[in-house]
Design a protein around this ligand. Structure first.
Ligand code: 5GP
Ligand code: MN
Length: 317
C-alpha cells in the first residue's frame, strides 16, 4: 500500500493533514513529520486539528503551523487522516473532510476497519510515527532533524516512554535511526516530561486523594472532576500521564483515569500491564485503542460509569 500512497503524494500538490481530537504525541509528531516531508518535496500542506496543541507538545518543530479552523476543503487534492481508526475521530469537521477527493488513512489501531481505499494500516506498529517513518523510507527522503524529532516524540509517547508491550525491536531500531538523523532523546524527554506547569502537580495532589483499588487490587483508578480543575486552575491537558500512576502499584494490572468532561459525561483512559487487553474493554464501551492503552467516553454519574467499566473488566477476565 505504501507505493500507492507515494503515487498520491507525487501526483498531487495540496494536502490536508489531520488527526484525532485531543491530539497526543503520536498524532502531533506524525502530522508534523509528514508536514515537513511534504514541504521538503515542494508540496503545500496544511495541518488542521480541532483542538489546541497541549503546552508540552508546542516544542515540536513546526507546531506553530497547526491551524484549528478548517480551510475550504475544495483547496485540497488529498487528505491524510493519521492515528484514527474512524474518520469521525477527527471531530466536528469529519463531514467536510470526508468530501476531499482522495483520503489516505495511516494508522495502527487494532479496531481500524478500513474507512477509505488508500490506507497504510498495521496494528503491529508501535505508533503511527513508525508508519510515517516507513513512508519516508519509501519516498527515499533524507530525514531532517525536524522530521526525526517529531517521529521520535511519536514513538516515545505512544510506547509510554519505550515501556509498553508495543516497544518492539523495529520501534527501537527506528528510534536509533532517528537519533542518527538529529533527534535528541534527552532534550525531547525533558520537553515532554519535565517541563510541567506547577498547576499540573497541584492538580495531581488533589486527584491522588481519589485513588481507589477494586477487584481485589487488580484495578487502580483515579477521578479528575471539573471541580478539581477549577480549584487548582489546571486544564484537561494537565491530566496527561496521570493514568500511569495507579498501575505503578504492586498487584495493579489495570489502571483507569476517569476525567469529567461535563456533568454526567466522563472520558476513560485505560492502561494495562502484561497481556490484559484494555482495547476489548474500551471497545465494549464504545471506544477503542490498543492492548495496553485504550480509551472511551461514557455518560452517567461517576458511580454508574465506574460500575460499567469494572463489569466489563470482570466479563473479559
Ligand atoms: P488516551 O487514554 O491516551 O486518551 O488514549 C489511549 C488510546 O486509546 C489511544 O490510542 C487512543 O487513540 C485510544 N482512544 C482514546 N479514547 C478513545 C475513544 O473515545 N475512541 C476510540 N476509538 N479510541 C480512543
Ligand atoms: Mn497512536
Amino acid at each position: 500500500m505504501i507505493p500507492r500512497i507515494v503515487d498520491i503524494i507525487n501526483q498531487n500538490a495540496t494536502f490536508l493533514i489531520t488527526s484525532h481530537e485531543r491530539p497526543d504525541g503520536d498524532a502531533l509528531g506524525s502530522e508534523l513529520a509528514l508536514y515537513h516531508m511534504l514541504s521538503a518535496g515542494g508540496k503545500t500542506a496544511v495541518v488542521y486539528n480541532q483542538d489546541q496543541t497541549p503546552h508540552h507538545y508546542r516544542f515540536l518543530p513546526g507546531a506553530d503551523v497547526i491551524v484549528h479552523k478548517l480551510p475550504p476543503t475544495e483547496t485540497f487534492d488529498a487528505a491524510f487522516i493519521l492515528d484514527c481508526s474512524e474518520l469521525e475521530r477527527v471531530g466536528r469537521e469529519a463531514g467536510r473532510i470526508r468530501k476531499i477527493r482522495q483520503i489516505v488513512n495511516i494508522d495502527h489501531h487494532v479496531s481500524n476497519g478500513g474507512f477509505c481505499d488508500a490506507a497504510l494500516l498495521d496494528a503491529g506498529a508501535s505508533s503511527t510515527g513508525e508508519l510515517i517513518y516507513r513512508l519516508a523510507e519509501a519516498m527515499a527522503l533524507t530525514l531532517t532533524p525536524e522530521m526525526a524529532t517529531n517521529l521520535y516524540a511519536a514513538l516515545l509517547t505512544d510506547t509510554g516512554g519505550f515501556c509498553y508491550g508495543n516497544t518492539s525491536r523495529d520501534c527501537l531500531v527506528i528510534a536509533g535511526r532517528l537519533v542518527e538523523n538529529g533527534a535528541r532523546p534527552q532534550w525531547i524527554s525533558e520537553n515532554l516530561y519535565e517541563n510541567a506547569p506547577l498547576v499540573k502537580i497541584r492538580l495531581l495532589a488533589v486527584v491522588l486523594e481519589s485513588l481507589a483499588l477494586d477487584l481485589n487490587g487488580k484495578v487502580g483508578s483515579m477521578i479528575v472532576t471539573l471541580e478539581n480543575l477549577a480549584r487548582t486552575g489546571a486544564l484537561q491537558e494537565h491530566t496527561d500521564g496521570f493514568v500511569d500512576l495507579p498501575r505503578t502499584i504492586e498487584g495493579v494490572e489495570i489502571s483507569i483515569l476517569f476525567s469529567e468532561l461535563e456533568e454526567n459525561h466522563f472520558k476513560l483512559s485505560l492502561r494495562s500491564k502484561g497481556r490484559f487487553d484494555v482495547e476489548r474493554v474500551a471497545r465494549k464501551l464504545g471506544g477503542g485503542g490498543h492492548v495496553n492503552a485504550a480509551g472511551c467516553r461514557i455518560r452517567g454519574d461517576i458511580a454508574t460509569v465506574k460500575r460499567l467499566a469494572l463489569a466489563q473488566i470482570e466479563a473479559i477476565d
